[in-house]
Design a protein around this ligand. Structure first.
Ligand code: MN
Length: 571
């Protein structure tokens, strides 16, 4: 866990300037100090988790701000340090990344499959910058590797979330290696019996296939040398357990029917060499019809490129070969992370000058890949939804206190959120907390906000809400409710604004709003003065002088209320 390990890893792919060196040292000490009091369930210092996360990011060859964000990814959530501290010490870019990861960490998947697509998109939308998603994936990878260090009651939920959300997300980003690793780590926690069965049934198969491929390897090598086709290396790749399991489900659990249990992979210098090798293989052994796949000419939607062929090999055994270049190979393993690693040079220099380089450029390849993802949906029922959820432009994703994701149109307010939860919650909402802070009902929500709604039994929807709500669902429901109350939605009554000074105590807001509700007066908005924490503004639908004065007396009776003034007839 020494900073030198991290530095050594970074130096395998780039030089560190003197300033960067100092910066990294500072970040290391900052994180270590911040997490010093924390221990994991295993007794290990918590810092080891954030350090290993940063090390994984360095292994993916990402830039320095992302590595530093890895060191801080749990700091805001778990320690005394705030995002402002990080901003002050390490600048906007690192703070931006850390803030994104913190927001993503509020999302929790609890097995509701309807939510899977929304959650994946939400993670990308909140991330805004793809590097945020990289940090989250590195964090998840380390958590999965050390799942026993996490409380037992959380293990299954985390494994399920990994299986349903993060592994497929990594796959979408073309990070097939990470995706496969995440699945393999989650598999025994989710399917313990199947895991044991598989281990017992395929162990031998793996070993004999491996021995078989070693024989083929020497034949192939000779043939390539004879034809002077250069190759970087030939290796074998055993199919991952989790992916084997999924495939076996489609093959009646018959291991014999799986041709790529162990596949041979040939890495060559150029794309032309790939096709040359394919020719040689087909000269040696006859191909299985329909099993030649040219993903170089026609890459998979997630960007995967490779030539695949299955041939009747020695002893007539169907055997799969994968042929690709070194660069293609790295991209296939690490996907967008690899792409990022290749193209990050400039950003680092800008970072030294203290400028921010948020990777929002629409022209980046990953955006193209995400578009493919949407295109893919065109074949399924999800098409309509995915058109609606344009996750980069006009939708935002917010979170309930229990971690459920809610998608709303851009410009949505707490009232839209309340109606998205349930029409009862919408009809009776009086106030909202966003990220723990009280806000007005017309407050503009942002992706990643955690929202809590306060309701009051006697509260009715207000016609004035129609002016600021965004979602058609809320509009429709408010109209229905207003009609029921005999109000027209274009009838906007006069309002009165009350300024109340008070001594803070638990439950004071509740007592005040209850007093108002008892008089059958509608509350339109509750707001706390940002400058004076003992001042709140409440706007009510009340116009008559007499009724207003009576209400003032009632509010004055509430314990803790010091003073109240009002402006009649506000509209
Ligand atoms: Mn973490």
């Amino acid at each position: 866990m020494d900073v030198s390990i991290l530095i050594k890893e970074i130096k395998t792919y780039r030089e560190l300037s003197a300033e960067e060196y100092v910066l990294l040292q500072r970040a290391y000490s900052f994180s270590k100090d911040a997490h010093s009091a924390q221990k994991r369930k295993s007794g290990e210092p918590y810092f080891s988790h954030v350090f290993q996360t940063a090390l994984i990011i360095a292994k993916w060859r990402l830039d320095l701000p992302t590595i530093i964000a890895g060191l801080f990814h749990d700091t805001v959530e778990d320690t005394e340090k705030t995002i402002t501290d990080i901003k002050k010490e390490f600048g906007d870019e690192v703070a931006f990344l850390v803030d994104g990861v913190t927001k993503i960490s509020h999302i929790k998947y609890r097995g509701n499959t309807d939510q899977v697509e929304t959650l994946k998109k939400m993670i990308l939308a909140i991330g805004e910058d793809i590097r945020v998603v990289f940090v989250k994936l590195a964090d998840r990878l380390h958590n999965m590797k050390t799942l026993s260090a996490i409380p037992v009651q959380k293990q299954r939920r985390i494994a399920l979330e990994t299986w349903e959300i993060y592994a497929p997300l990594a796959m979408r980003l073309g990070m097939s290696n990470i995706s496969g690793e995440l699945e393999d780590l989650a598999f025994p926690f989710l399917y313990p019996d199947e895991y044991v069965w598989l281990k017992n049934h395929v162990q031998e198969q793996y070993a004999s296939r491996q021995a078989y491929l070693t024989r083929i390897e020497s034949i192939l090598k000779q043939e390539l040398e004879k034809n002077t086709i250069p190759f970087v290396r030939i290796d074998t790749r055993a199919k991952r357990l989790a992916s084997l399991y999924k495939k076996l489900l489609r093959y009646d659990m018959n291991v014999e029917g799986i041709h790529d249990l162990v596949a041979m992979r040939i890495i060559v210098p150029t794309v032309a060499d790939c096709y040359a090798v394919l020719g040689i293989i087909h000269q040696l052994w006859p191909p299985l019809p329909g099993r030649i796949k040219d993903y170089i000419a026609l890459p998979k939607p997630n960007g995967y490129k490779s030539l695949h062929t299955t041939v009747f090999c020695l002893e007539n055994k169907p055997t799969e070969f994968q042929i690709r270049t070194q660069e293609i190979h790295e991209e296939a393993e690490n996907g967008i992370a690899a792409y990022w690693a290749y193209h990050q040079g400039k950003g680092t220099k800008q970072y030294q000058k203290g400028q921010t380089i948020f990777a929002k450029q629409r022209d980046m390849e990953w955006i193209a890949q995400l578009k493919n993802w949407q295109k893919e949906c065109a074949n399924s029922e999800e098409f309509v939804n995915s058109m609606r959820i344009d996750f980069f432009k006009d939708r935002i994703f917010v979170i309930t206190p229990t971690g459920e994701a809610i998608d709303l149109p851009l410009g949505a307010t707490p009232v839209d959120f309340a109606y998205a939860i349930h029409s009862d919650v919408g009809d009776h909402c009086v106030g909202a907390r966003v990220n723990g802070r009280m806000v007005a009902l017309d407050h503009l929500l942002q992706s990643g906000d955690v929202i809590e709604i306060t309701t009051q039994k006697n509260k009715k929807p207000s016609t004035s809400w129609m002016e600021f709500i965004k979602s058609s669902k809320a509009k429709k429901k408010i109209k229905v409710a207003l009609k029921r109350l005999g109000l027209r939605d274009d009838h906007i009554p006069k309002m009165t604004e009350f300024k109340i000074t008070y001594h803070d105590r638990v439950g004071i807001l509740n007592d005040i709003t209850a007093a108002i509700a008892r008089m059958k007066i509608n509350i339109v908005n509750v707001q706390f003065s940002p400058k004076n924490k003992n001042l709140m503004l409440i706007v009510c639908e009340v116009n008559e002088k007499e009724k207003t004065e009576k209400l003032v007396l009632k509010i004055k009776d509430v314990k803790g209320v010091k003073d109240i003034s009002w402006t009649l007839g506000k509209n």
